[in-house]
Design a protein around this ligand. Structure first.
Ligand SMILES: [Zn+2]
Length: 311
């Protein structure tokens, strides 16, 4: 059997897995992302994790390593085109070439949200479906469109920034991208927290606590969650009208927050969708924390990305 390695590189944690054919993770390892130490330390941590996984599987044929990484990743040059301040110095890192040289095996790279989407669309909740729209709602709002198992990454590898579409509920609010009035600043986890504070809510520890307060009868908490979920749901409805997908998969930290959020998102998505499309299936993710590892690994063995992989 030929295995692949999958790496999920986020701002706080790097998770890696040994992936069997069919997208089954047979062994996992992880380490904190040494973000403050810079790109070289991050590259070395990836190599260390990959080497440990390989060492624990003697005699196993490893076809290559797929990496889903934070930032906008050019799918052809495999270089980080843009990264936020959560990974200082990460922009410009020759991620694919450097890891390939150090591991001595083929390496494919993709954005981490895209890796998550490929994993869910190809091996998770979207298995067997043709046109799959994946939405990830948590710290940010992102996702991807996967058609016939192939990620539609766009000209710059930046497709799927669904948090950066205009949303009426976000009018006038400054966005993390430099624009104003985008969905992300009203519908993401941090946006819910900010909205709660703007409306005079007493300092909560985190977004999760706002959900707990809403359940306990806090009207302001319930209202800001309702506005966030309504805005996201309406946007998903607009995307359904644009794409006419076979299936919409919704994941990320907010999707696990319970029926209050989920039901509001789903009902507003259906209300916004045109009549013919209002019955579109909208389902949660199914691979849990493995989705990005599985999606990244699948870049090695299947044509899940339109861009050629340099071997
Ligand atoms: Zn924006």
């Amino acid at each position: 059997m030929t295995f692949t390695l999958g790496v999920d590189l986020g701002g706080t944690k790097i998770a890696a897995g040994l992936v069997a054919p069919g997208g089954v993770v047979t062994r996992r390892m992880s380490a904190p992302t040494p973000a403050a130490e810079g790109p070289e330390a991050i590259l070395q941590t990836i190599v260390d994790l990959a080497t440990s996984l390989t060492d624990h599987a003697p005699g196993t044929v490893i076809a290559g390593c797929g990496i889903g990484a934070a930032g906008v990743i050019d799918p052809v040059s495999r270089t980080v085109q843009f990264a936020t301040n959560s990974l200082p110095g990460w922009t410009g890192t020759r991620l694919g070439a450097e890891i390939e040289r150090r591991l001595g095996m083929p390496v494919a790279t993709v954005n981490d949200v895209h890796a998550h989407a490929i994993g869910e669309a190809v091996h998770g909740a979207g298995r067997g479906e043709r046109t799959v729209l994946v939405i990830a709602a948590g710290t940010g709002i992102g996702g991807a469109l996967v058609v016939d198992g192939v990620l539609q990454a766009g000209r710059h590898g930046a497709a799927g920034h669904y948090g950066h579409v205009p949303a009426a509920e976000a009018a006038g609010l400054a966005c993390t991208c430099g624009g104003t009035g985008h969905l992300e600043v009203i519908a993401s986890g941090p946006a819910i927290l900010q909205a709660y504070l703007r409306r005079g809510g007493s300092e909560p520890g985190d977004t999760q606590e706002i959900f707990a307060r809403a359940d306990a009868g806090d009207d302001v908490a319930a209202e800001v969650i309702n506005i966030a979920a309504t805005a996201l749901g309406r946007s998903i409805g607009g995307l359904i009208n644009s794409v006419d997908p076979d299936l919409v998969i919704v994941g990320g930290g907010l999707a696990a927050a319970g029926p209050r959020w989920w039901n509001t998102v789903e009902s507003h998505a259906r209300a916004e969708a045109m009549g013919l499309l209002a019955g579109c299936r909208i389902v949660p993710t199914s691979l849990g924390a493995d989705s990005a590892i599985v999606g990244a690994a699948s870049l090695i063995t299947t044509t899940t990305l339109l861009a050629p992989i340099t071997l």
